[in-house]
Design a protein around this ligand. Structure first.
Ligand code: ADP
Length: 192
Protein backbone atom coordinates (compact mmCIF):
# COMPACT_ATOMS: atom_id res chain seq x y z
CA UNK A 1 0.00 0.00 0.00
CA UNK A 2 1.00 3.58 -0.60
CA UNK A 3 0.03 5.65 2.45
CA UNK A 4 0.88 9.34 2.28
CA UNK A 5 0.43 12.00 4.94
CA UNK A 6 0.02 15.30 3.12
CA UNK A 7 1.17 17.92 5.57
CA UNK A 8 1.16 21.69 5.81
CA UNK A 9 -0.58 24.63 7.43
CA UNK A 10 -4.16 25.68 6.61
CA UNK A 11 -4.19 27.06 3.08
CA UNK A 12 -1.01 25.27 1.98
CA UNK A 13 -2.83 23.52 -0.87
CA UNK A 14 -3.33 20.07 0.62
CA UNK A 15 -6.86 19.69 -0.78
CA UNK A 16 -5.81 20.71 -4.30
CA UNK A 17 -2.81 18.41 -4.38
CA UNK A 18 -4.75 15.54 -2.78
CA UNK A 19 -7.24 15.58 -5.67
CA UNK A 20 -4.42 15.24 -8.19
CA UNK A 21 -2.60 12.56 -6.20
CA UNK A 22 -5.65 10.32 -5.68
CA UNK A 23 -6.23 10.28 -9.44
CA UNK A 24 -2.68 9.51 -10.38
CA UNK A 25 -2.03 6.85 -7.71
CA UNK A 26 -5.59 5.56 -7.26
CA UNK A 27 -5.69 6.38 -3.56
CA UNK A 28 -8.50 7.07 -1.10
CA UNK A 29 -8.57 10.67 0.14
CA UNK A 30 -9.25 11.01 3.88
CA UNK A 31 -9.59 14.61 5.03
CA UNK A 32 -10.60 15.00 8.67
CA UNK A 33 -11.74 18.58 7.91
CA UNK A 34 -14.10 17.28 5.19
CA UNK A 35 -15.31 14.44 7.43
CA UNK A 36 -16.04 16.91 10.24
CA UNK A 37 -17.87 19.29 7.89
CA UNK A 38 -20.06 16.37 6.71
CA UNK A 39 -20.91 15.62 10.35
CA UNK A 40 -21.86 19.28 10.84
CA UNK A 41 -23.98 19.25 7.67
CA UNK A 42 -25.71 16.07 8.86
CA UNK A 43 -26.44 17.75 12.21
CA UNK A 44 -24.96 14.83 14.17
CA UNK A 45 -24.03 15.11 17.84
CA UNK A 46 -20.36 14.80 16.91
CA UNK A 47 -20.81 17.58 14.35
CA UNK A 48 -22.44 19.89 16.85
CA UNK A 49 -19.56 19.44 19.31
CA UNK A 50 -16.93 19.90 16.61
CA UNK A 51 -18.53 23.00 15.15
CA UNK A 52 -17.98 25.29 18.12
CA UNK A 53 -14.30 24.31 18.27
CA UNK A 54 -13.80 24.66 14.51
CA UNK A 55 -15.55 28.03 14.49
CA UNK A 56 -13.03 29.20 17.05
CA UNK A 57 -10.00 27.97 15.14
CA UNK A 58 -9.29 25.23 17.70
CA UNK A 59 -8.53 21.55 17.12
CA UNK A 60 -11.22 19.00 17.91
CA UNK A 61 -10.24 16.27 20.45
CA UNK A 62 -7.81 13.59 19.23
CA UNK A 63 -10.16 10.67 20.00
CA UNK A 64 -12.87 12.16 17.77
CA UNK A 65 -10.72 12.37 14.64
CA UNK A 66 -8.93 9.10 15.37
CA UNK A 67 -12.30 7.32 15.59
CA UNK A 68 -13.44 8.80 12.27
CA UNK A 69 -10.21 7.78 10.53
CA UNK A 70 -10.30 4.26 11.98
CA UNK A 71 -13.81 3.77 10.56
CA UNK A 72 -12.77 4.95 7.12
CA UNK A 73 -9.62 2.82 6.98
CA UNK A 74 -11.71 -0.20 7.93
CA UNK A 75 -14.31 0.64 5.27
CA UNK A 76 -11.64 0.72 2.54
CA UNK A 77 -9.66 -2.38 3.47
CA UNK A 78 -8.90 -3.22 -0.16
CA UNK A 79 -7.67 0.23 -1.21
CA UNK A 80 -4.35 0.71 -3.01
CA UNK A 81 -3.55 3.23 -0.28
CA UNK A 82 -4.61 6.43 1.43
CA UNK A 83 -3.84 10.11 1.43
CA UNK A 84 -4.28 11.55 4.90
CA UNK A 85 -5.06 15.28 4.60
CA UNK A 86 -5.30 17.41 7.73
CA UNK A 87 -4.51 14.35 9.84
CA UNK A 88 -2.51 13.59 11.94
CA UNK A 89 -2.47 17.08 13.45
CA UNK A 90 -0.95 16.19 16.84
CA UNK A 91 1.73 13.72 17.91
CA UNK A 92 -0.82 11.48 19.72
CA UNK A 93 -2.84 11.35 16.47
CA UNK A 94 0.32 10.27 14.60
CA UNK A 95 1.01 7.56 17.17
CA UNK A 96 -2.57 6.27 16.89
CA UNK A 97 -2.35 6.25 13.10
CA UNK A 98 0.82 4.15 13.23
CA UNK A 99 -0.93 1.68 15.51
CA UNK A 100 -4.06 1.59 13.35
CA UNK A 101 -2.12 0.94 10.13
CA UNK A 102 -0.04 -1.71 11.85
CA UNK A 103 -3.25 -3.51 12.78
CA UNK A 104 -4.11 -3.47 9.08
CA UNK A 105 -0.67 -4.86 8.18
CA UNK A 106 0.57 -1.64 6.61
CA UNK A 107 2.32 1.65 7.50
CA UNK A 108 2.85 5.27 6.46
CA UNK A 109 5.07 5.40 3.38
CA UNK A 110 5.97 9.09 3.67
CA UNK A 111 4.94 12.48 4.96
CA UNK A 112 5.04 15.10 2.22
CA UNK A 113 5.01 18.67 3.54
CA UNK A 114 3.96 21.76 1.60
CA UNK A 115 5.96 24.79 2.75
CA UNK A 116 4.16 28.15 2.59
CA UNK A 117 4.88 31.28 4.67
CA UNK A 118 2.31 32.79 7.07
CA UNK A 119 1.54 35.92 5.02
CA UNK A 120 0.80 33.94 1.86
CA UNK A 121 -1.40 31.56 3.90
CA UNK A 122 -3.51 34.38 5.33
CA UNK A 123 -4.03 35.88 1.87
CA UNK A 124 -4.98 32.53 0.33
CA UNK A 125 -7.44 31.70 3.10
CA UNK A 126 -9.15 35.11 2.99
CA UNK A 127 -9.49 34.69 -0.78
CA UNK A 128 -10.89 31.15 -0.34
CA UNK A 129 -13.34 32.54 2.26
CA UNK A 130 -14.93 34.74 -0.41
CA UNK A 131 -16.18 31.65 -2.25
CA UNK A 132 -15.90 28.59 0.06
CA UNK A 133 -18.59 29.68 2.50
CA UNK A 134 -16.38 28.31 5.28
CA UNK A 135 -16.83 30.54 8.34
CA UNK A 136 -13.28 29.79 9.51
CA UNK A 137 -11.88 31.33 6.29
CA UNK A 138 -13.65 34.66 6.58
CA UNK A 139 -12.04 36.27 9.57
CA UNK A 140 -8.38 37.25 9.74
CA UNK A 141 -8.14 36.83 13.51
CA UNK A 142 -9.51 33.28 13.25
CA UNK A 143 -7.09 32.43 10.47
CA UNK A 144 -4.17 33.61 12.62
CA UNK A 145 -5.51 31.45 15.46
CA UNK A 146 -5.53 28.38 13.19
CA UNK A 147 -2.01 29.08 12.00
CA UNK A 148 -0.99 29.45 15.66
CA UNK A 149 -2.61 26.08 16.54
CA UNK A 150 -0.69 24.64 13.62
CA UNK A 151 2.62 26.09 14.74
CA UNK A 152 2.29 24.88 18.35
CA UNK A 153 0.47 21.54 18.06
CA UNK A 154 0.84 20.34 14.49
CA UNK A 155 4.35 21.39 13.40
CA UNK A 156 5.92 18.84 15.86
CA UNK A 157 4.25 16.04 13.87
CA UNK A 158 6.88 16.69 11.16
CA UNK A 159 9.63 15.78 13.64
CA UNK A 160 7.76 12.58 14.47
CA UNK A 161 8.00 11.41 10.84
CA UNK A 162 11.51 12.84 10.41
CA UNK A 163 12.45 10.53 13.29
CA UNK A 164 11.29 7.62 11.12
CA UNK A 165 13.16 9.05 8.07
CA UNK A 166 9.81 9.53 6.30
CA UNK A 167 9.69 13.33 6.05
CA UNK A 168 10.02 15.19 2.71
CA UNK A 169 9.35 18.91 2.17
CA UNK A 170 8.30 20.64 -1.05
CA UNK A 171 7.96 24.36 -1.82
CA UNK A 172 4.21 25.05 -1.74
CA UNK A 173 4.45 28.39 -3.57
CA UNK A 174 4.38 28.31 -7.37
CA UNK A 175 2.50 26.58 -10.17
CA UNK A 176 0.07 23.88 -9.00
CA UNK A 177 1.43 21.44 -11.60
CA UNK A 178 5.03 22.15 -10.67
CA UNK A 179 4.29 21.47 -6.98
CA UNK A 180 2.46 18.29 -8.02
CA UNK A 181 5.50 17.17 -10.03
CA UNK A 182 7.72 17.63 -6.98
CA UNK A 183 5.36 15.56 -4.83
CA UNK A 184 5.23 12.80 -7.47
CA UNK A 185 9.01 12.74 -7.66
CA UNK A 186 9.20 11.91 -3.96
CA UNK A 187 6.44 9.30 -4.20
CA UNK A 188 8.01 7.64 -7.22
CA UNK A 189 11.35 7.44 -5.44
CA UNK A 190 9.64 5.44 -2.66
CA UNK A 191 8.31 2.79 -4.94
CA UNK A 192 11.51 2.21 -6.93
P1 ADP B 1 -7.50 23.82 7.12
O1 ADP B 1 -6.34 22.92 6.91
O2 ADP B 1 -7.73 24.74 5.97
O3 ADP B 1 -7.51 24.49 8.44
P2 ADP B 1 -9.30 21.57 7.53
O4 ADP B 1 -10.49 21.38 6.69
O5 ADP B 1 -8.22 20.55 7.47
O6 ADP B 1 -8.81 23.00 7.12
O7 ADP B 1 -9.75 21.71 9.07
C1 ADP B 1 -10.73 22.62 9.51
C2 ADP B 1 -10.88 22.52 11.03
O8 ADP B 1 -11.31 21.19 11.40
C3 ADP B 1 -9.60 22.74 11.84
O9 ADP B 1 -9.36 24.12 12.08
C4 ADP B 1 -9.92 21.96 13.13
O10 ADP B 1 -10.79 22.70 13.96
C5 ADP B 1 -10.70 20.77 12.63
N1 ADP B 1 -9.84 19.60 12.34
C6 ADP B 1 -9.60 19.05 11.11
N2 ADP B 1 -8.76 18.00 11.21
C7 ADP B 1 -8.45 17.87 12.52
C8 ADP B 1 -7.61 16.99 13.26
N3 ADP B 1 -6.91 16.01 12.66
N4 ADP B 1 -7.52 17.15 14.60
C9 ADP B 1 -8.20 18.12 15.22
N5 ADP B 1 -9.00 19.00 14.59
C10 ADP B 1 -9.13 18.88 13.26
Amino acid sequence: MLNIVLFGPPGAGKGTQSQKLIEKYNLIHLSTGDLLRSEIAAGSELGLKAKSLMDNGLLVPDEVVIGMIANKVREHGNAAGFIFDGFPRTVPQAQSLDKLLQEHGTEISAMLALKVDDEELTNRLLLRGQTSGRPDDQNEELIRKRVQEYNTKTAPVADYYAGQSKFFAVDGIGEINEIFAQLCKHIDSLTQ
